[in-house]
Write a protein that binds this ligand. Structure first.
Ligand code: SAM
Length: 233
């Protein structure tokens, strides 16, 4: 934690855990599911699918051996973990919210791939292990730069291979305000999307000894994110 910052990692995790076990679970699991949604949320579902397709294509281009073990940090309802498992990878799926882990376990069983996925209720800051690749989608969008560095430091220490993740780039303020307003109930507004400037992201990569190999901004209706692939220098 930076000495000039008021960011408190423990408090932040507590707030995220509570949100994603409650309102957040209902909201995001419906977006990641098949039920009918409002037009706004439909664009978020579609944008998220575009992001996941691109991330999966990037992974495939890296030609990781099929038996590779991949960490899905902040797995949510397990969409990406299940996709990886279906394609032969072994997966560790971790989420701060037990409700999300339960749901991803249920989904993996329904798809017949539970044997390929190890599930754990844990945080991106504390998860341990060694992996061939780490993915972390739409989790770090909830972190300001100070928290991002600490969480990312842990994730990047778990692999010699790629870390593929998303964050919220600092721009398109209005679009994000709409997104925030549309998705977070008033009393939960603390769980806002936290935008990170390019300068701070460069600093975070430098500080954690990582170099950016690929990046792609994805804007689709109300879904806006930066997909990034970084590796150790
Ligand atoms: C918007 S969802 C994205 C889920 C999934 N990665 C996807 O893209 O389908 C964010 C997820 O991150 C999880 N999360 C938030 N903070 C976390 C943390 N510090 N450690 C682990 N998981 C976290 C939430 O519980 C939630 O499941």
């Amino acid at each position: 934690m930076s000495s000039t910052s008021s960011f408190n990692a423990e408090e932040h995790q507590k707030m995220l855990r509570s949100y994603f076990n409650g309102h957040g679970f209902n909201r995001w699991s419906s977006i990641y599911g098949n039920e009918k949604l409002s037009t706004v949320r439909t664009t978020v579902r579609q944008g998220h699918a575009v992001m996941m397709d691109m991330a999966y294509a990037w992974l495939q281009q890296l030609n990781l051996p099929e038996e590779s073990v991949i960490l899905d940090a902040g797995c949510g309802t397990g969409l990406f973990s299940i996709r990886l498992a279906k394609n032969g990878y072994s997966v560790k799926a971790v989420d701060i919210a037990a409700q999300m882990v339960d749901k991803s376990q249920e989904e993996a069983a329904a798809k017949g791939v539970q044997g390929k996925i190890e599930f754990e209720v844990n945080t991106i800051e504390s998860v341990k292990g060694t992996y061939d690749a780490v993915v972390c989608f739409d989790v770090l969008i909830h972190y300001p730069a100070e928290g991002f560095i600490e969480a990312f430091r842990n994730l990047s220490s778990l692999t010699k291979g790629p870390v593929i993740f998303t964050y919220a780039p600092y721009n398109e303020l209005l679009a994000f305000q709409h997104w925030i307003g549309g998705f977070f109930p008033k009393k939960e507004r603390r769980t806002t999307i936290q935008m990170i400037t390019e300068e701070k992201m460069n600093k975070a990569m430098e500080t954690t000894g990582m170099v950016v190999k690929n990046m792609q901004k994805i804007s689709f209706g109300f879904y806006h994110t930066m997909l990034m692939h970084a590796e150790k220098k």
